[in-house]
Every structure is written in C-alpha cells, then in structure tokens.
Design a protein around this ligand. Structure first.
Ligand SMILES: NC(=O)c1ccc[n+]([C@@H]2O[C@H](COP(=O)([O-])OP(=O)(O)OC[C@H]3O[C@@H](n4cnc5c(N)ncnc54)[C@H](OP(=O)(O)O)[C@@H]3O)[C@@H](O)[C@H]2O)c1
Length: 249
C-alpha cells in the first residue's frame, strides 16, 4: 500500500465510505469528509484509531479553507486526496431544469475545482502527493437522462487530463477514476436496468488497487468503460443511433 494518509472527500456514503473502510482495514490513516457529520461518525466509531472526521461542504469556500488548514496543519500531511463528492439527479429533455444542472456543476465539477485550489500549492511545495478525482463513464458520451450530470463528469475528465500533463515532473500526480454503475444511494433513483452493476465493496477494492498502481485512469468495470470508449471514437452517424438503441430510449 503506497498511501499512508488518505483524505477522502465524500466519505459519508457509498463509494467514499467503502474506500474509507477498506483503507482503514489496511492500516492506512483516513481523514473522512462530507457534510453529514453523523454519517462520518459511524465510520469513526467503527475505526476509532484509524479514521477521523473533518466536516466539509464542497460548495462552501470557507468550509473548504477551514478543513484544508486543519488537515494540512497536522504533523503529517495526506499523501493521497480523493475528491469523490458528487450528486446525481436524472434529467431528460421533458424536465429540463437549469437549476438541476447548476447544482450538479456546483458540487461535481466546481466542488473539485474549489478543493484543488488550496490543496495543489501545498502538494507542489512538498514535491509529493496524489490527487484522485472520481469522475464517471457518463462523461465519455452524452447519455439519456444524464443532461445535468454527464456534462459535469465530461468537464472533470478534461480538467484531469490537463492537470496531469502540467504536473509531470512536479512530484504531484493526478488520477481519474471512471466508474460505471455501482450500487450506492446515488444509483437507487435509477429506474432503468443498470448494465454491469458493481457491488460497492467490489468497486472500492478495484479503485484502491488502481490508486496503488498509479495509472492515470482507473476504469471499472473495464468491459463497460471500454465499450463506451470505443463508441466515443465512432462517427456520430453510427454512435448516436447506437447509444439510443443500447439505452432503450
Ligand atoms: N454509484 C455510481 O454508479 C457512480 C458511477 C460513476 C461515478 N460515481 C461517482 O462516485 C462518487 C460517489 O458516488 P456514490 O455513488 O458513492 O454516491 P453517494 O453514496 O450518494 O455519496 C456521495 C458522497 O458525496 C458527498 N457529497 C455530496 N454533496 C457534497 C457536498 N456539497 N460537500 C461535501 N460532500 C458532498 C455525500 O456526503 P454528504 O451528503 O454527507 O455531504 C456522500 O458522501 C460521485 O462523484 C459519483 O458521481 C458514482
């Protein structure tokens, strides 16, 4: 395990919570952040010597500033920061509400951007550290019901690619996690059948291994992600009807 101290943002539920558990089980020190302190306390009660809660709202700059100062003022700074906070509201053309898109962008994309601002100079000054951004395969292609969510993840992919290139040689690295469907409270609202659905502990295990390996992108499950990547490379005259057919829309 290359990570010794991990800060997980969006650790109160789903993938983030399971990552916190699995890291703690491996003896890694975890700083667990999210808005719901009572949910974070479930984790700290489970692993009192391993996990600490740091309450944080990624839409609130003061909250980010306070949390970052608290985390980085400790004797040991985190070597791995996982930016996992995200929200999902299915949205189609029949209920096109700009506010849904604004809220999703505020948390999923700008939340990551706001977190990176105070973290990056600290890591660059130390010449070490890893920022792991949780995106989604939903960022590869425009998909039905994903009119608010998909663009936030497409923006994250672009951001991570650019940051990765700029940070080569700095000692700081960026990794992008691209999950397909994972069974969590976030996907509970999906009424459609979710292909290649992963159990959350399986997903967290794959992410943990991927972070350790250090490759730029961690895709899970591979079959689903590669299928969508191939579709992305096809001409639109082929890919758009194919996606329509595959999603049954
Ligand atoms: N599940 C999937 O199939 C799937 C697939 C692809 C990508 N993803 C991505 O994986 C990440 C985790 O999703 P999940 O499925 O585990 O969902 P989840 O169970 O709903 O967890 C979302 C986490 O984000 C936190 N969060 C939301 N808004 C926040 C805010 N303003 N400030 C701080 N934390 C906030 C939540 O904590 P609080 O509410 O306590 O703040 C919670 O800990 C998301 O980025 C999601 O887009 C999920």
């Amino acid at each position: 395990m290359t990570s010794k101290i991990v800060w997980i943002v969006g650790a109160s539920s789903g993938i983030g919570k399971e990552l916190a558990r699995q890291y703690a089980q491996k003896g890694v020190t975890v700083l667990a952040s999210a808005r719901r302190l009572n949910k974070l306390e479930e984790l700290t009660n489970e692993f009192p010597n391993q996990i600490s809660a740091v309450q944080l709202d990624v839409t609130d700059t003061d909250s980010i500033q306070n949390a970052t100062e608290r985390v980085f003022n400790c004797d040991n700074m985190p070597d791995t920061i996982i930016l996992n906070a995200g929200i999902y509201q299915p949205m189609s053309h029949t209920h096109f509400v700009a506010q849904n898109a604004e809220e999703a962008m505020m948390v999923n994309y700008l939340g990551v951007v706001r977190m990176i601002e105070p973290i990056l100079p600290r890591l660059v000054n130390a010449n070490r550290g890893k920022i792991v951004v949780v995106g989604s395969v939903a960022g590869y292609n425009g998909l039905p019901l994903s009119l608010a969510y998909g663009p936030t993840k497409a923006a994250l992919i672009n951001l991570c690619e650019a940051l990765y290139i700029e940070l080569i040689g700095s000692g700081v690295s960026v990794q992008l996690v691209s999950p397909g469907f994972v069974k969590t409270p976030l996907t509970e609202k999906n009424k459609f059948p979710m292909p290649f659905l992963l159990d959350v502990s399986d997903a967290a295990e794959r992410i943990l291994k991927g972070i350790d390996k250090g490759k730029f992108e961690i895709v899970l499950p591979r079959r689903f992600a590669y299928l969508l990547k191939i579709i992305r490379m096809l001409p639109y005259t082929v890919s758009l009807p194919l996606l329509r057919k595959l999603t049954g829309s």
